[in-house]
Design a protein around this ligand. Structure first.
Ligand SMILES: Cc1ncc(COP(=O)(O)O)c(C=O)c1O
Length: 501
């Protein structure tokens, strides 16, 4: 292309346009990022320098004198990170600008090397697999409990972790999620104590738990129970901008130098100042007003759940239900199932979008999941509950898109729990699989082959198959039916997946 001229199409900015169109619709947002587009005027007026009022690009600066340097912080960034460590209860906090993914990658790179073993909860996010590819460590999976009614992973138990640590006393560290995308937290007090009894490193993925330390009705955060590394997704559950996260360290098992060396490899050398500023702002808001703002959103979510659970045909996940299974619940997640009315979560979220201008965080075969943050307004939560009740009252036609057969729906509904309970054999490390020769095969032809890719229904991003694992028939059966029901997968293209040649 000539440097001084370009084709007229280059004058378009389709992503910017798409975002502007979305903003113009003034949709009620029950999804991340946590700042909700700055739509709450009461929040925007809180602070004279609120980023919600300023023009974002004005603050998009770089490492100028006085503005410090993320990779060698000595001034404003160091001070902001120190304040964040104080607010979260960490010894050291790193600002992350490439999402929680880069924190998880760096943490695994910092604590393991090729040939080491890392114990990994079966339901971790694909970012953990990326970390294993980078470090060359062997994953050793431990089981999770699955809830058959909502078809979700509840998480690992103390027993499953103890069995794994007894069988593999040589693991370097243990990774699990707190809470998961549906707001379910394992007993991290028991899990972290167990990890430390075996003198291992506890790495907790709190991509959905950055708000936990700021309200007593929320499940415990990893730092509160002494976890060594906690990656905390400020852009999901605090009002920070997309990609802005924290990595917190506590105790002496992991050195801050090892983490900063790994971050220097993984993270951009051009960190965005608006992202970092949003971490500083989010920390300030959470630390100064988090408790009060979360109280009102927790109350609104409780009222919505009560209303919905009184409505025949609707079921919401509740703290009591989750506690009866031995887990904890984050009440800022609204997980709602209309499956008793034979509606999939996809259908419910389509109707919410089209008829009610409400966008939820995500849907799966059974549920819709709305994420509430301290920025949400009570009236919007009431509107969401009301819209769900109206969907039932209007007896909305059962299936919007008559694309899926009954048997596919039944198979996809029950299939995920079967796959999660079935631990596939790891035939080679994720790194070896990544560097192997690969070929495409149809999903049905993949049974018994070794996966060359991570296969993940997205959202929620929980891995189904990792690189290096033997592909089971429960996984291929599930994938075939789920794809036909509209579940989107990373790692599946045109009904084909990558396997090792
Ligand atoms: C449990 C979990 N961990 C990690 C991540 C990665 O976070 P990020 O998108 O900030 O890189 C996600 C993203 O959805 C997630 O759900």
């Amino acid at each position: 292309m000539n440097r001084c001229s370009c084709r007229s199409e280059q004058h378009d900015a389709p992503l910017v346009r798409a975002i502007e169109e979305y903003v113009d619709k003034r949709t009620k947002r029950f999804h991340v990022p946590g700042h909700k587009g700055g739509a709450n005027p009461a929040i925007a007026n809180l602070d004279p320098v609120s980023p919600y009022k300023t023009q974002c690009l004005l603050g998009d600066v770089t490492e100028l004198p006085g503005l410090d340097d993320l990779h060698a912080p000595k001034g404003a960034i160091l001070e902001a990170q120190r304040l964040a460590a104080g607010a979260f209860g960490a010894d050291t906090t790193f600002f992350l600008v490439n999402g929680s993914t880069c924190g998880i990658h760096s943490a695994i790179l910092a604590i393991s090397k090729p040939g080491d073993k890392i114990a990994v909860s079966r339901d971790v996010h694909k970012a953990v697999i990326g970390g294993l590819v980078l470090s060359g460590a062997h994953p050793v999976y431990f089981d999770v409990e699955v809830d058959k009614e909502f078809q979700i992973s509840l998480g690992p138990t103390e027993d499953s972790l103890r069995r794994t640590l007894d069988e593999h006393p040589d693991v370097r560290g243990v990774v699990f999620t707190n809470p998961n995308y549906y707001g379910v937290s394992p007993r991290i007090d028991l899990l972290v104590a167990l990890v430390h009894d075996y003198d291992k490193i506890a790495l907790i993925d709190e991509a959905h738990g950055a708000h936990l330390p700021f309200h007593k009705e929320l499940p415990l955060s990893g730092l509160e129970v002494g976890a060594d590394i906690v990656v905390s997704g400020a852009h999901k559950t605090l009002p920070a901008m997309t990609q802005a996260s924290f990595l917190h360290l506590k105790g002496s098992r992991v050195s801050a130098k090892d983490i900063s060396r790994a971050l220097a490899v993984i993270e951009t050398t051009s960190p965005s100042y608006p992202l970092m500023a949003s971490l500083d702002m989010a920390r300030k808001l959470a630390a100064t007003r988090g408790c009060e703002l979360l109280s009102s959103v927790i109350k609104a979510a409780r009222q919505a759940r009560e209303k919905l659970n009184r409505t025949p045909g609707i079921r919401c996940l509740t703290g009591e239900y989750v506690a009866s299974k031995g887990f904890r619940y984050d009440p800022t997640k609204l997980v709602v199932s209309l499956s008793d009315l034979h509606m999939t979560g996809f259908e419910v979220s389509d109707i919410l979008r089209q008829k009610h201008k409400i966008e939820v965080e995500f849907a799966d075969m059974v549920n819709i999941v709305a994420i509430l943050t301290m920025i949400d307004m009570e009236q919007d939560v009431r509107d969401l509950a009301q819209a769900l009740c109206e969907i039932i009252e209007n007896k909305f036609p059962r299936r919007c898109k008559a694309v899926s057969s009954e048997s596919d729906i039944e198979q996809a509904l029950s299939g995920l729990s079967r796959v999660l309970q079935d631990l596939p054999k790891q035939e080679m490390t994720p790194r070896e699989a990544m560097f192997s020769k690969w070929e495409w095969v149809e999903i049905e032809q993949a049974k018994g082959r070794i996966s060359a890719d991570t296969i993940v229904p997205y959202p929620p991003g929980i891995i189904l198959i990792c690189p290096g694992q033997k592909i089971t028939s429960s996984a291929t059966d599930y994938m075939v039916s789920a794809v036909s029901c509209g579940v989107r997968f990373h790692g599946v293209e045109d009904n084909r997946i990558l396997v090792v040649e």
